[in-house]
Design a protein around this ligand. Structure first.
Ligand code: NAD
Length: 452
């Protein structure tokens, strides 16, 4: 099929390359010229495992442009995957989706049939609104064509984006139009049936079950995305709330999580206590859900509480350090990890950034370390006095304490003796419960995890 994707971010680029890989002709429209230039040179503007390799493989099936007019008129399916960042008041900013929809509408041609898909995470009712907006625009432009709208929310995880695009648990489609549903079924058919040959660098998981194809109305599809993120966010906040109590009574939350997670009704995933969730989705989507509900007079105390617990967790590393040192004034603190989670360069709503700001506010210096997120973090911390390192051993030089904020896999076997030998004082705050406390204590550190 001929497919145009609007937006070459984490979602648009991954989806576009995955669709090109399974045999579609894909055009990716991106208004940021820097991203287009990089993509045309075969470079990925974001750090995401496998994207550059896939880019090289699908070169013949994919084009990149700044102008939607290039391919939208001849597309069967147009997928809008632009950002929906939070507004000051916590609601989702729909201006990018609205602008992209208008730009798409202006390219549609009379006598043709198009399926227009909203993949961006949008508040309940947005698909309806955008559909009306496109119809209005077509009328103004005096264009008569068939537009079938569909909501197709995305569930990929950053750091695993390509894997999730090729081997998803489910594909959700919300639409009134049979044609839109049929088009999306055809579009995703090689993924739904797993008939494609996996790329050599991203094998199909052993025993993979075929993805569910869940068809519903647009409102329910929009709701599914928010409900999924809210549930995952509150599962983490739940274990973090239990972790707080574990600290008070001397229980170990890691054992507690294993003890409850092995119950199949609960499940082990998303039960790792730590400094909480961040990123470009959970914070803004839980906030958008609560704010949307408020607007229609509905209270969501569970989701609100999950947010409250989450933001409290970010304060705990500095509280622990203040309890230990009395004051942080004049101290040097190393922060390992800037990305909101491992295997991504995304620092949007990363707990590490808030923690760094809180340390600086206490009058301490920060030495921050990350293998790939430094460039993005520098933009977020440009007014702050922070030095950056890619090497964890260099970052702890002369430090009084270390905070592990992101559990990068390359730090799994870090040499604690070597870290300790470079430090002024030996305090280790394991914000992700990533290490065995005994191992760290052996190197002479005072270890503080979360709920242990
Ligand atoms: N990042 C994730 O893990 C993830 C997962 C699931 C869903 N989502 C949702 O998907 C959407 C996109 O998220 P993202 O992380 O990919 O965002 P992003 O900010 O990484 O990318 C959005 C891209 O769209 C481009 N853009 C904006 N308006 C445009 C226009 N009119 N024409 C062309 N390009 C335009 C921007 O320049 C940017 O490159 C959001 O609604 C998000 O909530 C994100």
């Amino acid at each position: 099929m001929n497919v145009t994707i609007i937006g070459a971010g984490y979602v648009g680029l991954t989806t576009g390359l995955a669709l090109a890989y399974i045999g579609h002709d894909v055009c990716i429209v991106e208004k940021d010229n820097r991203k287009i230039e990089l993509l045309k040179k075969g470079k990925s503007p974001i750090y995401e495992k496998g994207l550059e390799e896939l880019l090289a493989l699908v070169k013949k099936n994919v084009t990149f442009t700044e102008t939607p007019e290039e391919k939208v008129p001849d597309s069967d399916v147009i997928i809008i995957a632009v950002g929906t960042p939070p507004l000051e008041n916590g609601e989702a900013d729909l201006s990018y989706v609205e602008k992209a929809s208008e730009e798409v509408a202006d390219c549609l041609q009379s006598g043709k049939s198009y399926t227009v898909v909203i993949k961006s995470t949008v508040p309940i009712g947005t698909n309806e609104k955008v559909s009306m907006q496109i119809k209005r625009r077509l009328k103004e432009n005096n264009i008569s064509c068939e537009v079938n709208m569909a909501s197709n929310p995305e569930f990929l995880r950053e750091g695993m984006a390509l894997y999730d695009a090729l081997y998803p648990d489910r594909i959700v489609v919300g639409a009134k139009s049979e044609k839109a549903i049929a088009d999306l079924q055809q579009l995703y058919s090689p993924i739904l049936q797993q008939t494609f040959t996996p790329p050599h660098f991203l094998q199909r998981p052993n025993g993979m079950k075929l993805p569910h194809f869940i068809v519903t109305d647009t409102t329910s599809a929009e709701m599914i995305k928010y409900a999924a993120n809210a549930f995952l966010a509150l599962k983490i906040s739940f274990i973090n709330e239990i972790a707080g109590l574990c600290e008070k009574v001397g229980a170990d939350v890691v054992d507690v999580a294993r003890g409850i997670g092995t119950d199949r009704r609960i499940g082990m995933s998303f039960l790792n206590a730590g400094i909480g969730w961040g990123g470009s989705c959970f914070p803004k989507d839980t906030s958008a859900l609560v704010e949307f509900a408020k607007k229609i007079g509905y209270d969501m105390p569970i989701v609100s509480a999950a947010r409250k617990v989450n933001y409290k967790m970010r304060k705990t590393p500095v509280e622990k350090l203040k309890n230990h040192f009395g004051s942080l004034n004049g101290r040097t603190i190393a922060v390992l990890g800037l990305a909101f989670k491992p295997n991504t360069d995304d620092i949007r709503e990363s707990p590490a950034i808030d923690i760094i700001k809180a340390i600086l506010a206490e009058g301490a210096r920060v030495k921050a370390c990350d293998p790939v997120a430094i460039e993005n973090a520098k933009k977020a911390l440009e007014k702050e006095n922070v030095s950056f390192f890619e090497d964890p051993y260099e970052s702890v030089e002369g430090a009084d304490a270390v905070i592990l904020a992101t559990e990068w896999p390359q730090w799994a076997n870090i040499d604690f003796e070597r870290l300790a030998s470079r430090m002024e004082n030996r305090v280790f705050i394991d914000g992700r419960n990533y290490y065995e406390p005994e191992e760290i204590e052996k190197a002479g550190f005072t270890y503080m995890g979360v709920g242990r």
